[in-house]
Design a protein around this ligand. Structure first.
Ligand code: NAP
Length: 493
């Protein structure tokens, strides 16, 4: 898991795109929290870099507003805010020209210290920035590069991007962030599996009936139409977050919870996924697009209206029945579903165990319900093991399902840090376990690309679903024809 090691040497964190949405909402608040936890020691600098002209003081004012807006008031201590803002600097830099690079070099100086370059900019300029960092001699042995999804649009573009970065940074210096991997529950999956003797003997096709992974949003496009319409749910959610979750559920125990052993095991899972192509795509996948309906009690428009383009067939929902073709998982389906404008905002992994082999209770007791382990990533991270007990009190033997429930916010008094908080300092520590290696990203595209091609080849168009529902009825049929049902969040509580 995340090392408790606190950096003892000052470091520099350069955030390209330091004035953008990601920096404002996530990175600056996350760095502030780390500073409050004494993890950003004196002398460290956080440098915002973007094209806009801005003084250090103006950038500090921008950051102050970001903190006020995105951090709970109770966590805003004026002295700590001022101490944090004092560490902020700004350089006006253009990835596409020579502007600002000498100034950045001068600011960073020659002192040996860890330098992290976070590219919170559009992926089309990742390669330009890596090249200019190289040309200006800004990359040293202890430099690191952080990039975020989308890492390519398909295998070819991901490969090209990885090559462009690889010309200047060694793989050990590249941190491909998937913030889902920074979530407490996701790391807990590793603790549950490998720190308890209880689960691992059952973690296979003899005892697990199937696995469900759901990432459901209630939001629609939220101003991201330009990006989303070219991407769709499979590229935006499945290729990265959902496949990472699937890997962590399905991987073999690594020799150690360290970067390469863990990533080697995840890669084996990706390579063992049953290929989906034109011959089976209509049986194994469902594409959907939301139409008008209601979300969180208010009427909302359909995707095409939000987009202002009546022709788009981009999927805002996808459900996939995946299979990991190896000894451990033979015959165990992994049902994946993700979508926008669904009934609830929930991300969860459900491990559905098989029923007991024989029911010894009489019909008055009720039937034992097969055990389920539910790992909820949001809202409110929690782990819940559903088990059968006797209904307490008189009245004879009646069976009842209860949750051995662990909600992190209820059980631990400490504030649950945002995923970015964990990951940002792992970069400084050089701790790559929770970041994706190049071959993993490319292997995920190798599985996703043929699905997209098969949709085109078979002309599998999106099925409409009403906003505020759980997606097209075909997605319900996808799992129900196997005699199973989707886990609904109400069952969790
Ligand atoms: P954004 O709000 O549009 O910000 C882009 C930033 O890049 C701005 O600071 C912009 O400032 C700077 N920039 C643009 N062109 C530049 C250039 N030629 N040279 C130097 N700086 C330049 O975008 P965002 O939403 O923060 O997203 C940034 C990246 O993170 C994208 O790849 C996105 O897909 C990814 N991401 C974002 C989120 C999120 O929640 N926002 C979540 C996951 C991933 P100037 O215009 O002043 O240069």
């Amino acid at each position: 898991m995340t090392s408790q090691f606190i950096p003892v040497e000052p470091f520099d964190y350069v955030v390209f795109g330091g004035t953008g949405d990601l920096a404002e909402r996530k990175l600056i608040p996350a760095l502030y929290h780390r500073a409050c936890d004494s993890q950003i020691i004196g002398g460290s600098r956080i440098v915002g870099a973007a094209r806009a002209e801005m003084s250090n003081d103006e950038f500090r004012e921008f950051a102050r507003k970001a903190l006020q807006e995105h951090i709970k008031e109770i966590d805003l201590n004026p002295d700590q805010v001022n101490a944090f803002l004092d560490r902020l600097y700004y350089v006006s830099v253009d990835a596409k020209s020579e502007k600002g690079w000498d100034a950045l070099k001068q600011l960073l100086g020659d002192e040996p210290r860890v330098r992290a370059f976070y590219l919170a900019v559009g992926p089309s300029i990742f390669g330009d920035i890596a090249a200019r960092l190289g040309e200006h001699g800004l990359i040293r042995e202890d430099s690191r590069l952080v990039i975020e999804k989308p890492i390519g649009h398909d295998l070819a573009s991901a490969h090209e991007l990885n090559m462009a970065i690889g010309r200047h940074f060694r793989e050990e210096q590249v941190f491909r962030i998937d913030h889902y991997l920074g979530k407490e529950t996701v790391q807990n999956l590793m603790a549950l599996r490998f720190a308890n003797a209880l689960y691992e003997p059952l973690w296979n096709s003899s005892h697990i009936d199937h696995v469900q992974i759901t990432v459901a949003e209630t939001l629609g496009l939220e101003g991201r139409a330009g990006y989303y319409d070219k991407s769709g749910a499979i590229r935006d959610m499945v290729q990265n977050h959902m496949m990472q979750l699937l890997c962590l559920v399905a991987m073999e125990p690594p020799a150690a919870i360290e970067a390469d052993p863990v990533r080697d095991e995840k890669l084996k899972v990706l390579r063992a996924l049953k290929r989906i192509n034109a011959s089976n795509v209509s049986d194994l996948t469902v594409r959907g697009q939301y139409s008008a309906g209601a979300s969180d009690g208010s009427a909302v428009s359909g995707y095409l209206d939000e987009l202002g383009n009546g022709n788009s067939d981009t999927e805002t929902f996808v459900a996939i029945k995946a299979e990991v073709e190896n000894w451990r998982w033979a015959g165990v389906p992994f049902y994946l579903r993700t979508g926008k404008r669904l009934a609830q905002r929930v991300s969860e992994i459900v491990i559905q165990f098989k029923p007991v082999p024989h029911n010894v209770f009489n019909s008055d007791a009720g039937r034992p319900i097969a055990n389920r382990l539910v790992l909820r990533l949001q809202p409110g991270e929690a782990v819940s093991q559903m088990i059968m007990i006797k209904d307490p009190g008189p009245g004879g033997m009646r069976l009842r399902e209860v949750a051995l429930d662990m909600s992190f916010s209820e059980h631990f008094e400490v504030r649950s840090p945002d995923a970015y908080e964990r990951l940002l300092l792992d970069v400084v520590r050089g701790y790559q376990t929770l970041f994706m290696r190049r071959d993993e990203v490319e292997a995920a595209w190798e599985w996703v690309d043929p699905i997209i091609s098969a949709w085109q080849e078979t002309e599998q168009r999106c099925k409409k679903y009403t906003s505020g529902t759980w997606g097209p009825t075909a997605a319900i049929a996808l799992i129900e024809r196997d005699g199973r049902t989707w886990h609904e969040e109400e069952q969790f509580d």
